[in-house]
Design a protein around this ligand. Structure first.
Ligand SMILES: Cc1cc2nc3c(=O)[nH]c(=O)nc-3n(C[C@H](O)[C@H](O)[C@H](O)COP(=O)(O)OP(=O)(O)OC[C@H]3O[C@@H](n4cnc5c(N)ncnc54)[C@H](O)[C@@H]3O)c2cc1C
Length: 366
């Protein structure tokens, strides 16, 4: 049986971001392997975020924008005076870059599904369908299972190509609330890669039973027809479906076993953004090696505010579109972005919080 100091389970965003940082910071004293059940790397998603901090993947961008909008009741607010570009990373470029960078330093084994994990004499024994591996530490990034009845940001998106030029390629439409709001908060999200190519997503913040792909497809097709009537005969290039918890999962409390990435709650509960926090967490873990320490990069201030926000949301679905719309203040563009990206100063936070209905939030504090 092969023995390693660290086994990283999952060659996705968090497993590979960490591997990249370990090699970049030359913390290569330990024997590390990454294992993943997938057979190959494909463009399975895009990761978007406001670039507040430097990161390692500037050359993996699909596109970046300096303008975005939000929409409610046929009113549009446009943001174009902010200093942090909204970036989208192409996951395949990211996977390829990391694979090349860590080559010969950290082993990656694909098509290697973890079947069970046992602990024996201080070591872990990982049973995979390619054989067993033993390891002192485990960093587990396997996607968490859906928990029925819990609140999720769940979504389905299609990247489409149209014959006519129908998209405003300079403007991301972050949240379009002019749609059905039954049993949750609902909006559409449009990332225009060019005048005739965009990723459009239907997104719900609601309690989840399962992901109903057919229902999402129906919503999305109707939205495209309605919002982009000239988009007829579009070609679907790619689809993505997902659910990001708006609650905190119980993470592993086993000694020498850590949950990372989405499995380790490294996402903002209120917004779902995770990519920037995964980068921060990876830097910190690598910096501390050979001592393994895993601390959330999301501060207790934002954890507290998000818990309150999610509680208000859960009890007041119908009021949320206008609450979200009010948070986006064109007169405080950088402040709002820093707040949503967990990098607000006290003054930024106050400016945003004071735009929310105080009585409603106070009532939910109790
Ligand atoms: C469709 C989608 C779009 C998203 N978009 C954004 C965005 O725009 N911006 C943002 O900030 N965040 C976004 N997120 C949230 C978050 O950034 C991503 O989920 C990100 O990929 C999380 O990284 P991860 O490493 O935790 O999980 P993943 O990247 O999903 O990696 C987990 C890996 O574990 C592997 N695995 C699973 N089971 C096993 C097993 N039994 N054995 C071995 N390997 C296994 C999987 O194959 C996978 O490669 C998105 C999430 C989804 C689902």
């Amino acid at each position: 049986m092969m023995h390693y100091d660290i086994v990283i389970i999952g060659a996705g965003c968090s497993g590979l971001s960490l591997a990249y940082e370990i090699v970049k910071q030359q913390k290569l004293d330990q024997k590390i392997i990454i294992i993943d059940s997938k057979k190959e790397f494909v463009k399975d998603r895009t990761w978007s975020f406001w670039k507040i901090l430097e990161h390692n993947f500037e050359d993996c961008l699909e596109k970046q924008w300096s303008k975005f909008s939000v929409q409610l009741n046929q009113k549009t607010k446009t943001f174009d005076q902010f200093q942090y570009p909204y970036q989208t990373i192409n996951s395949l470029k990211f996977y390829e870059k990391v694979k090349d960078f860590i080559q010969d330093k950290i082993e990656i084994k694909l098509d290697c599904k973890v079947e069970s994990i046992n602990q024996d004499n201080g070591n872990f024994e990982i049973k995979t369908h390619l054989g067993n591996i033993s390891s002192k530490y485990i960093l587990d990034t396997r996607s968490p299972k859906l928990e029925t009845g819990q609140l999720y940001q769940h979504f389905y998106g299609m990247e489409i190509e149209t014959e006519d030029q129908v998209f405003d390629e300079d403007t991301v439409n972050l949240m379009d609330f002019d749609c059905d709001q039954k049993d949750g908060v609902h909006f559409f999200y449009t990332l225009p890669f060019s005048k005739n190519k965009a990723l459009i997503e239907t997104t719900w913040l609601s309690n989840i039973g399962h992901l109903d792909k057919n229902a999402y497809i129906e919503e999305l097709k109707n939205y495209i027809l309605d919002r982009f009537p000239r988009a007829k005969n579009y070609k679907i290039i790619r689809e993505e479906i997902g659910a990001i918890p708006m609650f905190r999962r119980q993470v592993s409390n086993q000694k020498n076993y850590y949950d990372l990435g989405l499995r380790g709650n490294v996402n903002r509960m209120s917004t779902g953004y995770a990519f920037p926090y995964i980068q921060e967490q990876s830097q910190r873990i690598a910096k501390n090696l050979p001592h393994l320490s895993v601390i959330s990069p999301i501060s207790s201030k934002y954890e507290f505010l998000d818990r309150l926000f999610v509680k208000v949301l859960q009890n007041n679905f119908g009021k949320m579109p206008s609450i979200f719309f009010d948070i986006f203040q064109p007169s405080y563009q950088n402040e709002v972005i820093r707040f949503l990206s967990s990098k607000g100063t006290l003054s930024d936070d106050l400016k945003v919080i004071l735009k929310m209905p105080k009585l409603l939030f106070l009532k939910n504090l109790i």
